[in-house]
Design a protein around this ligand. Structure first.
Ligand SMILES: NC(=O)c1ccc[n+]([C@@H]2O[C@H](COP(=O)([O-])OP(=O)(O)OC[C@H]3O[C@@H](n4cnc5c(N)ncnc54)[C@H](OP(=O)(O)O)[C@@H]3O)[C@@H](O)[C@H]2O)c1
Length: 280
């Protein structure tokens, strides 16, 4: 097995230019930080200008912020008009809610697909003229896109779409040696997941019993995986999934826990002293 040490990747992205959508918070911010540490210049985007400006000032002089909604193609046109060349695209902007199937509204369905699928689709399509041959494209998907998840059918479907898009695009863009991969975080410690935690768990409960290596994935570990996919250490990896979930998928093949409003006899939510239960 070949291990990539931090030293090997030091300065590896010198002279490269990246775009990280949703780079003002959570996973996107951590990825932008990691790419900058390794020498890249990084454009980050987000809808809220105050959050974006705070992130850019935190990331330093090689970060550039562009306000915009990835679900709005005129915003994407404006974003790409400010960029001249891209070696790395991380289509990360996204999110979703926990809503029982029967309560999902058309508005929630459309909004989630607009950001997560339409947003990633047109981000990459509009980036194409700027992409250098040999560029790396990363779609941030989720372990929810592998298995279903109670109360997350819409979100999970959008994340499954990301995993499928990379397979078509990897083949389609191979003549330019552009690689396209999906990054699948498990539940990760970000501001975005705090909303989920409130919606899914009773106060104080966590993902501890569904994730063998711990509760939430540290955001730096997701960023390290993104760096690997962006770097020359993965030049023969395309059209695949890179899962960073602390074992969440193998431990819980049907994603859990269930929504609190739908208690199940074998709930995953157990006191910390009990061993991890089998999945319902
Ligand atoms: N955290 C997890 O457990 C987890 C697990 C698996 C996958 N993911 C995926 O990882 C990605 C990042 O999640 P996160 O937890 O880091 O969320 P987060 O902390 O809420 O950050 C989301 C980022 O995306 C931006 N964003 C959201 N909607 C946008 C839109 N329509 N247009 C442009 N920017 C938009 C947000 O900025 P504005 O709000 O200002 O626009 C923010 O910068 C998402 O695709 C999510 O589905 C997260």
């Amino acid at each position: 097995m070949y291990l990539v040490t931090d030293g090997e990747l030091m300065g590896q992205l010198d002279g490269r230019t990246a775009l990280v959508t949703g780079g003002s918070s959570g996973i996107g911010l951590a990825i932008a930080r990691r790419l900058i540490e390794k020498g890249a210049t990084v454009h980050v985007s987000g809808r809220r200008s105050d959050t974006l400006h705070a992130a850019v000032s935190d990331l330093g002089p090689r970060a550039h912020g562009i306000v915009g909604d990835v679900g709005d193609t005129s915003d994407l046109d404006r974003l790409f008009s400010a960029i001249t060349r891209l070696d790395i695209v991380v289509a990360n902007a996204g999110g979703g809610r926990h809503t029982p199937f029967e309560e999902v509204t058309e508005a929630e369905f459309d909004a989630t697909f607009t950001t997560n699928v339409r947003g990633q689709f047109f981000t990459v399509q509009k980036a194409l003229p700027l992409l250098t041959d040999g560029a790396s494209v990363i779609l941030v998907s989720s372990v929810a896109g592998v298995n279903g998840s109670p109360g997350q059918s819409v979100y999970a479907a959008t994340k499954a779409a990301s995993r499928n898009l990379v397979r078509s695009w990897a083949a389609e863009l191979a003549p330019r040696r552009i690689r396209v991969n999906a990054l699948l975080p498990g539940p990760t410690a970000t501001p975005g997941i705090e909303q989920s935690r409130r919606e899914v768990f009773a106060k104080g409960d966590t993902w501890t019993h569904t994730t063998p290596l711990g509760d939430l994935v540290p955001v730096e570990q997701v960023a390290a995986a993104a760096l690997y996919l962006a770097s020359d250490h993965s030049t023969y990896i395309t059209g695949t999934d890179l899962i960073v979930d602390g074992g969440n998928l193998v431990a819980c093949p049907v994603r859990c826990p269930s929504l609190p409003s739908r208690p199940r006899p074998t709930s995953r939510i157990s006191p910390p002293s009990t061993p991890p239960p089998s999945c319902p």
